[in-house]
Design a protein around this ligand. Structure first.
Ligand code: ZN
Ligand code: ZN
Length: 176
């Protein structure tokens, strides 16, 4: 998926967080470790259980924004998410490309996570429309996705879910 046109790569972190598997009690530390490029070098990426729970709340809020069915719901849920953020934006080119970071570099892992997710997601939703954020329509999937298609017609999180659903619909038609 190409997030570049969306002005904020941080939305990718938000979508990944909403879709993270949380069955393992240590999931939050594993998630942060797998996305370490979003955190200031030297940040302690080990999240306590309490911070893990808070990361789960952040993930739930991202999902709730995606599930919203009206703009007033989006406003309410986006603001609940933004309330978890402690923005202190700064420009950086640590990876060669000039881009913004949203959280203070010395902030803890949870604060960096919540701030980057909230700021990245709300920036995209405000600029491109809340209809661009959705939940996969495939049976039993439920992944949050960002629709980066030109006409905004996407309904599935991936081409796998899309073709799986097409095949299922075809079989259902054949049966009926
Ligand atoms: Zn960066
Ligand atoms: Zn899916």
């Amino acid at each position: 998926m190409d997030y570049d046109d969306y002005g904020s790569d941080a939305v990718e972190l938000a979508v990944d967080l909403a879709n993270a598997d949380r069955t393992d009690p240590e999931w939050a530390s594993a998630f942060v470790a797998a996305h370490h490029e979003w955190f200031t070098e030297g940040t302690d990426l080990e999240l306590s259980r309490k911070h893990g729970k808070a990361a789960g709340t952040t993930a739930d809020l991202v999902r709730e924004v995606a599930l919203a069915s009206s703009q007033s719901e989006v406003v309410q849920r986006l603001n609940a998410l933004l309330a978890l953020a402690s923005p202190k934006p700064y420009a950086t080119d640590h990876d060669g490309a000039l881009h913004l970071h949203y959280a203070a570099p010395e902030a803890g892992a949870l604060e960096q996570l919540a701030t980057t997710v909230a700021m990245g997601l709300s920036q995209v939703v405000v600029q491109h429309g809340w209809e661009r954020l959705g939940v996969c329509a495939a049976d039993g999937c439920g992944n949050v996705y960002l629709d980066t298609s030109r006409n905004g017609s996407r309904r599935y999180c991936s081409s796998t879910c899309s073709s799986r659903s097409t095949v299922a619909a075809y079989r259902a038609r054949k049966k009926g």
